[in-house]
Design a protein around this ligand. Structure first.
Ligand SMILES: C[S@@+](CC[C@H](N)C(=O)[O-])C[C@H]1O[C@@H](n2cnc3c(N)ncnc32)[C@H](O)[C@@H]1O
Length: 204
C-alpha cells in the first residue's frame, strides 16, 4: 500500500504480511507522527495507559514509551511487532506488544485505557469494519478516556488507504464520543500535508 495505490478489494492479514516480507512499508513515515509530537510538546498529553492499534513498526509506541506512557501496541502481523520490538529495544524501552486483531481484544482490556492513539489504521481497515472499530475503541477506553486520531482524507476512491472525510468522522464517532476537537492539521508528514484530520474524541 502506498498513497497512490488503488486497490478495490480489502486487505487481509496476508496482504499486510507480504508488505513486511518485501520491506514495502511505503506508509511508514519513519518517525512518530508530527501532530502527536506537537500535542506532547504543547503539554496536552499526560502519561497514562495507551493503546495503539495497527502499530506497524511502532514509532508512536516508542515515542510514548519514552515519555512514561504504559503502552500496549497491537498489530496482527508478527513481522510488524518484531520491528516494533527492535525499535523499542534500541532505546531500552518496553511496551506490551500484542500479535492479534484489534477487533479481538478480549474483555480484560475493557475500560482500561486512558488513551488510544490512531494513526493510519482507520484508513487501513475495510470501511465495513468502521462500526466495529468505534465499538472496540469505546469498549477499551475508560469513561472520559480520549481517542486521539489522525484520520487520512486521501480524496481518492479505492484503498487502502480508504478516504476518511470530516463527515465520516462525525458520522461514526458522534454517538459514542464527544468530538472535542476536529481540525485539519497543518503539520502532517510532507506527503500527507493538508489531508489529515486531527481529532480529539472523548468517550461518553
Ligand atoms: C497502513 S499500516 C500503518 C502502520 C502504522 N500505524 C504506521 O502508521 O506506520 C496498517 C497496519 O495495521 C495492521 N492491521 C491491519 N488490520 C489489522 C487488525 N485488524 N488488527 C491489527 N492490526 C491490523 C497492518 O498489519 C499494518 O501494520
Amino acid at each position: 500500500m502506498d498513497d497512490s495505490t488503488k486497490i478495490r478489494n480489502g486487505y487481509k492479514l496476508e496482504d499486510w504480511a507480504r508488505h513486511y516480507k518485501e520491506s514495502d512499508l511505503t506508509w511508514d513515515i519513519g518517525e512518530a507522527s508530527p501532530p502527536l509530537v506537537r500535542l506532547w510538546d504543547e503539554g496536552k498529553l499526560k502519561p497514562g495507559k495507551v493503546l495503539i492499534p495497527g502499530c506497524g513498526q511502532g514509532h508512536e509506541a516508542t515515542f510514548l514509551a519514552e515519555r512514561r506512557f504504559d503502552v500496549v501496541a497491537v498489530d496482527y502481523v508478527p513481522a510488524a511487532l518484531e520491528l516494533a520490538e527492535k525499535n523499542l529495544k534500541e532505546k531500552n524501552l518496553t511496551a506490551r506488544l500484542l500479535g492479534q486483531s484489534f477487533f479481538d481484544l478480549d474483555s480484560s482490556h475493557d475500560g482500561s485505557y486512558d488513551w488510544m492513539f490512531e494513526q493510519t489504521f482507520f484508513c487501513a481497515i475495510d470501511t465495513s469494519d468502521r462500526t466495529r472499530y468505534v465499538q472496540t475503541a469505546h469498549r477499551i477506553l475508560k469513561t472520559g478516556g480520549v481517542l486521539v486520531g489522525l484520520f487520512y482524507e486521501t480524496g481518492e476512491e479505492g484503498g487502502p488507504p480508504w478516504n476518511t472525510t470530516e463527515e465520516n468522522i462525525l458520522e461514526f464517532f458522534s454517538e459514542k464520543f464527544v468530538v472535542e476537537d476536529l481540525n485539519k492539521t497543518e503539520n502532517s508528514a510532507e506527503r500527507r500535508r493538508g489531508r489529515e484530520w486531527l481529532a480529539w474524541l472523548r468517550k461518553k
